[in-house]
Design a protein around this ligand. Structure first.
Ligand SMILES: [Zn+2]
Length: 614
């Protein structure tokens, strides 16, 4: 029966399978084997020497759904730029195989994704292996009744098909693998906030539909050589909702303990050295900015988990450890998922009330360090004639315990007081920014009428520094100085009002607060607002300066004080600008962030009235 259901419509394949298994197993053995083959990956069949092409994901997705129609649905959630179908397997024994049923029945959803970096493909092969065991009931019996798994075997599908032998020079197997970035050369694990890639927008739609309580992103590290085989990071742990941080600690500990019991040497932080290539420099933990999968969900009061197997373990070991990590999460979710889901709902309510409160938006480890024992290898650091600097050589036949400093006292490095009411995106930016807010399922209203002479908050930067090189196709911008201050402003109709009282308030701030590490401003979407567009000729500015000095004797003193700064004294342009910016011709919008904030009750009432206008 299994043979029949798998090979329906493919008589030649059936004949080939029978021949193959007849040859291997003889007449007694062939009947049961082809069905297993139908659910087995190239990785398993090859003893984890190889991984399959994307065609295999399509085949397995369909085969799993045919084998367990009551528990598996194979679905496409988008198309890549090269026209490939993005596939997800929806897996549950609860009977809930669509988002409405999952939500109605208050079932936690676990989104597990492989291949965001398609060369780090452990997650794809581990996922199919684990799903088969869960569905057969040989592992975690009953767990699939209490949750819904959404398994995306390969997120970066086009990258997966850029297949080659040398795509991961710091990794042991598989023999050939996909490429890190998409066909458009975008790194999806930098794209959660700006969401440039069609693949990311498809993923955000999938996440918005399913509202996963936990999103697990499966990677393989680069970096040094050591005995530890996997790291598990979770947010909220240091950032986000306080009650969720406590559950995040419990969640992380649960996964680490489970991996230890299974024979792993897991870490709770990402093992990259403070000083690149220098083990003695120790480690610094932190909170990744929300462009990464680990932190992005936490801005919506959900868990993000980063699993990084160690690239110098062989492929069989890494896939097994990845499987064990996801299994631990399935088991923990079966045990605690109901409570964590209620807690997430409560965190949504608390987030909706963040207006007027201080909200941390970026984090950094303090100088405080503690010594840890780390299972490394003996190594030497010697001068190299090749690089002209020190080189590290590991002896992975000689395990060695390293006593190293770990800085894991994580503190907010940027805290911003949220607006009491919300943000205003002017009409000029509404057409591009509105759809981007839609990608994140952020609620907003379009103002049918304008706002006239209203007290709003504006952010003026003292100066703005564009990055010297492009990053992910963007010229990022960082601001010096500046803060939100009350000003009376007018705004034409067509502006967007983004209220702060919504469950995704942290995400709203992460995108719209100008200083946040992954705001639209930081990614360069507003660079134009920080470029001078009109100017005063030097000879005109000379006259303006003399007229101003004549009219205001106190100004001469201020100018003299500025001249005590040698850099200013040397800079002719800056000296002329000192006077030009005091002239009515100075562009008051230069260095003015176009997005405004609504903070007072009067401003909110005026905005609400404008929103009610057709
Ligand atoms: Zn990666």
């Amino acid at each position: 029966m299994r043979i029949h259901s798998y090979s329906r419509g493919s008589g030649r394949l059936l004949a080939a399978l029978i021949v193959v298994f007849w040859a291997f197993a003889g007449p007694q053995g062939y009947a049961a084997v082809p069905a297993e083959t139908a659910l087995t990956s190239t990785a398993e069949a090859s003893g984890f020497v190889k991984t399959g092409r994307y065609e295999e994901v399509q085949r397995l997705c369909t085969a799993f759904a045919q084998r367990w129609p009551e528990a598996v649905r194979c679905t496409s959630f988008g198309q890549t730029p090269e026209g490939r179908s993005m596939l997800a397997l929806i897996v549950s024994r609860s009977g809930a195989l669509d988002p409405e049923q999952a939500q109605a029945r208050k079932l936690p959803v676990l989104l597990v994704q492989g291949g965001i970096h398609a060369g780090e493909i452990d997650g794809k092969d581990a996922g199919f292996w684990l799903l088969r065991e869960l569905l057969e009931g040989s592992l975690a019996p009953g767990a699939l009744k209490q949750q819904v798994l959404v398994f995306v075997p390969v997120f970066n599908v086009d990258g997966h098909e850029r297949f080659g032998r040398w795509n991961r020079p710091n990794q042991v197997g598989p023999e050939e693998m996909g490429w890190r970035t998409t066909a458009q050369n975008l790194n999806l694990n930098r794209d959660y906030m700006k969401a440039d890639a069609p693949e990311m927008r498809a993923m955000l739609r999938l996440m918005n539909a399913w509202d996963p309580l936990v999103t697990v992103d499966l990677h393989v590290t680069d970096g040094a050589k050591f005995e530890h085989d996997v790291s598990i990071q979770i947010e909220p742990l240091y950032s986000g909702d306080a009650a969720q941080r406590r559950s995040g600690q419990m969640f992380q500990k649960g996964v680490l303990d489970s991996l230890t019991r299974a024979g792993s040497l897991p870490l709770g932080f990402y093992p990259s050295f403070v000083v690149d290539d220098d083990p003695a420099s120790g480690f610094e933990d932190g909170v990744a900015p929300p462009r990464f999968s680990t932190t992005y969900p936490s801005l919506s009061n959900r868990f993000g988990v980063l699993v990084e197997t160690h690239s110098w373990k062989d492929y069989a070991t890494r896939v097994r450890v990845t499987r064990n990590a996801v299994l631990a999460m399935v088991e923990l979710l079966a045990q605690h998922g109901g409570r964590w889901l209620r807690e997430a709902g409560e965190a949504d309510v608390r987030a909706s009330r963040l207006g007027g409160g201080a909200v941390p938006l970026d984090f950094k480890a303090s100088e405080q360090a503690r010594m840890i024992e780390f299972r490394g290898y003996a190594y030497t650091r010697e001068p190299s004639a090749i690089s002209g600097t020190l080189m590290t050589r590991y002896d992975d036949a000689r395990p060695q315990v390293w006593h190293l400093p770990l800085r894991d006292d994580i503190q907010p490095s940027l805290t911003v007081v949220a607006p009491r009411s919300g943000y205003l995106v002017p009409a000029a930016d509404a057409a591009w920014l509105g759809p981007r807010l839609d990608d994140h399922a952020i609620r907003y209203q379009r103002l049918g009428a304008g706002l006239s002479d209203l007290e709003l908050q504006v952010f003026r930067a003292e100066s703005a520094q564009p990055a010297a090189t492009s990053f992910e196709g963007h010229q990022m911008l960082s601001l010096s100085g500046g803060s939100w201050n009350a000003e009376r402003r007018s705004l034409g109709p067509g502006a967007l009002f983004v209220p702060i009282d919504q469950p995704r308030a942290r995400l709203v701030m992460g995108l719209l607060e100008p200083q946040a590490p992954d705001s639209y401003l930081a990614w360069g979407f507003f660079n134009n607002a920080f470029e001078p567009k009109e100017y005063m000729e030097a000879y005109v500015a000379e006259d303006v300066a003399r007229a101003q000095l004549a009219a205001d004797p106190a100004l001469a003193q201020v100018f003299a004080q500025r001249l005590e700064d040698p850099a200013f004294a040397r800079d002719a342009q800056a000296r002329l600008a000192f006077f030009a910016r005091r002239h009515p011709s100075w562009d008051e919008r230069l260095n003015l962030y176009p997005v405004l904030r609504v903070d007072t009750p009067a401003a909110k009432a005026a905005v609400m009235a404008a929103a009610a206008s057709p």
